[in-house]
Structures are given as C-alpha cells and as structure tokens.
Design a binder for this molecule. Structure first.
Ligand SMILES: [Zn+2]
Length: 287
C-alpha cells in the first residue's frame, strides 16, 4: 500500500491495475473501498491493514460490477456499503457477476460476494456524508454513469472515482447488464455527462487534489485531476459525433468518424469503445 494523502492509502492489484483504497481515521478505524482482485491480494490487504494496527470498520463498493464487490473473511464481518440502486442491480444479475469473478479470480467466498448494506437515501447528483462505522469526513456522490447506483467517495482531498476518470479506460457507458441493451438506461451519454459535472462540483467544493480511478494511475495535483475531466469530456464528444455518422460515411463530410484517444490503443478498451459506438448508433437509428 502507498499513501496518497493523509489517511488515504492505495493498493493496486495485478489485474487491470485495479485500485483498492483504504481510508484510516486517527483511531485506526479503516474504510476499505473496492477490495480486489484475487483472493490472495484481498487477504494480503487484510494482513497489511492488521500489520499497521488498523481495524477494518466498514467497506464501500463504488458500483455493482463483480470486481468491485469482492471481500474476504480476513477483512472482518463489517457493513459493506453501496447504494440501494447498486444493490438492486447486482441482485438482478448476481449469477453472471459471480461467474465472471470465478473465471477471472477463482477462489473467492460465494457467501461474501456482493453481500452489501444499503446506504441511506442519497439522491442522484447530491453528496451525502457516510455515517459511522465509516471514518469521519467521508462523503459520497451518487450518479448514473457507467453502472446503476455508482458512487464516488470524497475524503481528505481525494476523489475515489470508481470506474471513471481513468488514464487507461475511456468512459464506459452503462449499456445494460452484460450488454443487454433492453435494460440499458434511456440516456447513458447524458447520465455520464451529468455525473462528470457532479464530480467536478465535488472536486471544487472539497478542494480535491488527488484522484484515484478504479483502474489506472492515480492523478496527483489539481491540473492532473482537471485533465482527467477534460479527456473524458473530449472522448464523449467525439463518441457522440462518430455515432451520428453512418459507419461507412460520406466523402467530404467534415465531422470526424474516428475517435482520437490514446486510451483506445489497448485492445480491450478498443473493443468496449466499438460496442458502445454501435449501441449509440442503434439508439439513433431505432435498431
Ligand atoms: Zn465497472
């Protein structure tokens, strides 16, 4: 684990540069956010927390994708908070999530997978405080980008963004569980933009200077944090423009059909990009 701010530590898993965040209060009470990914890594995290004399007081799952709802008995039997919307979404799709977890990171305890406690009322776009047993000074911003009931944690000058604002992944829209378009939100692009606005408001309101994405490098400094927002908005704009063009296009058209973004050099990210471009085109043409 490495410290990124006073009381905020980050552990990075070998799979997909996945980041787990540990927030520690003065009395050693710790909040563990999105522990992952393999059982060995999660157990190692528990051992590292114990070795520092901290005690896990609560967990937090940013959103209902399988790699964000893992746990280990070694972390203790504590409430693991998530939004009611996220918990409902996971409940409706838990077997698929468990199969994905078992395939990519075998050996987790099925009984602990996604065993989450609903947060109290948290309107979309608002930021609300986490209550004990979570450490003091933790707030969550609830939004509708990427997955149902996604939240970000803001604490101690750090934004823990979940699966947004990554230097490795372009914005990944909520295109329905497992790509089931019938269950996708009506306006995933608009929801994503509103989420970016809500998070940027929180960055300004709470003087955030460090951003930890769910996957990828930590952004340190206000300029680096702002650059993540700029890059994600530019991608969404280019994606929307490209979706408005027919796939083969017309000669002489000055609206770009391609999306320039260095994150698309990754083969998996490029595949996700192609899928959401096709999703948006289908929505526009009523397919
Ligand atoms: Zn996700």
């Amino acid at each position: 684990m490495r410290q990124v701010a006073a009381g905020v530590w980050v552990a990075t898993a070998e799979i997909w540069t996945s980041n787990t965040v540990v927030v520690v209060d003065d009395d050693g009470a710790a909040l563990v956010v999105d522990p992952g990914i393999t059982p060995t890594e999660v157990d190692g995290l528990a051992a590292a927390v114990a070795a520092r004399g901290w005690r896990v007081a609560a967990g937090l799952a940013t959103h209902p994708h399988w790699d964000h709802v893992l746990w280990s008995a070694a972390l203790g039997d504590v409430p693991r908070f998530a939004t009611p919307t996220a918990i409902a979404a996971l409940a409706g799709d838990v077997e698929r999530g468990w199969q994905e977890a078992s395939s990519a990171a075998p050996g987790h305890d099925r009984a602990l997978f996604g065993a989450l406690t609903p947060l109290g009322s948290a309107p979309v776009g608002a930021d609300v405080p986490l209550v004990p047993p979570a450490p003091r000074g933790c707030r969550v911003v609830v939004h509708e980008a990427h997955a149902p009931g996604h939240l970000a944690l803001v604490t101690r000058g750090v934004l823990v963004a979940g699966d947004m604002l990554s230097d490795q992944e372009v914005p990944l829209l909520d295109v329905g569980p497992g790509g089931d378009r019938a269950r996708a939100p009506l306006d995933p692009l608009g929801g994503y933009r509103r989420a970016l606005a809500a998070l940027e408001d929180a960055v300004a309101r709470y003087d955030v200077a460090v951003l930890v994405p769910g996957h990828g490098a930590v952004a340190v400094g206000r300029d680096a944090v702002a650059a993540r927002f700029t890059a994600d908005r530019a991608y969404l704009h280019a994606l929307e423009q490209a979706a408005a063009q027919p796939p083969s296009g017309h000669a002489g058209c000055d609206v770009p059909r391609t999306v320039p973004d260095e994150r698309l050099a990754d083969r998996w990210v490029a595949g996700e990009h192609a899928a959401q471009l096709d999703f948006l085109r289908a929505r526009l043409t009523g397919r």
